[in-house]
Design a protein around this ligand. Structure first.
Ligand code: BTN
Length: 231
């Protein structure tokens, strides 16, 4: 349960700043108005100018770590629904899409006995990390600007009850399923070891992605990236 948000104006990466707080054992959020060296997944950089939201949640979860990125994705979806957005999808397990474009990216890293869940949300910014990737921001989608700090408070307020529910085993897997992009579709799941083509058909009780591969075998993935083969 996050009881404190520590705000910075500029850091290299909130992921690294969060590590400094690991010894004091309290779950908390570290945010920054901008980052000089924001990190994305797979060694990519996360362009972090003012106007976006950059926060790392320092967590000591008692549940499977693979549930945390999905929980963070669900938090963003619920948050954005409160702001009136729809057409929201989770690109399993780490990205949130708005109008089929990436609006939020999530990276979860283990550090000692903690999990540091970093969330980047494009709010008023309109330049993004990778030129080729389809991305959007709340400002682009809604045609108006938003109060970043208000959204940060709201995000933590949305995360806490979902996280508490997750820890007490009231897992909302089926609720997550409603938002997963590509259910019933042809996709490929990319892990560090392999690429498997198939059809997504479920998220199971321990939050793993269930895929029916091209030979009809059921494969279970705790980590990886999902790419649609057809749009
Ligand atoms: C991705 O889609 O590749 C994940 C992007 C995660 C970016 C956030 S911004 C806050 C936190 N600090 C970082 O350096 N990265 C994460």
């Amino acid at each position: 349960m996050i009881k404190q948000i520590i705000r910075f104006k500029e850091v290299a990466s909130t992921q690294d700043t969060a590590k400094r707080f690991v010894d004091q054992k309290n779950e908390l959020a570290i945010s920054s108005l901008r980052q000089k060296r924001g990190r994305g997944r797979h060694g990519r950089t996360w362009f972090s100018p003012s106007g976006g939201l950059y926060v790392s949640l320092l967590l000591f979860p008692e549940v499977r770590v693979n549930s945390i990125p999905l929980l963070a994705s669900l938090t963003i979806i619920k948050l954005l629904e409160d702001y009136g957005f729809s057409h929201l999808l989770i690109q399993w397990p780490n990205d949130v899409l708005l109008d089929r474009k990436k609006v939020s990216g999530i990276i979860c890293e283990r550090y000692r006995n903690a999990v540091i869940c970093g969330i980047g949300l494009n709010i008023n910014n309109n330049r993004f990390s990778r030129k080729l990737e389809k991305a959007t921001s709340l400002r682009i989608a809604a045609g108006k600007t938003f109060d970043v700090d208000e959204i940060l408070n709201h995000l933590v307020g949305k995360f806490n009850p979902l996280y508490t529910e997750l820890q007490s085993d009231g897992i909302k897997v089926k609720e997550v399923l409603n938002y997963i992009d590509g259910i019933g579709e042809s996709v490929e799941v990319i892990t560090s070891k392999k690429i498997v083509k198939g059809t997504v058909y479920d998220i199971d009780g321990d939050w793993a992605l269930m895929l029916r591969d091209e030979s009809g075998m059921i494969k279970k993935f705790y980590y990886g990236d999902v790419r649609r083969l057809r749009w």
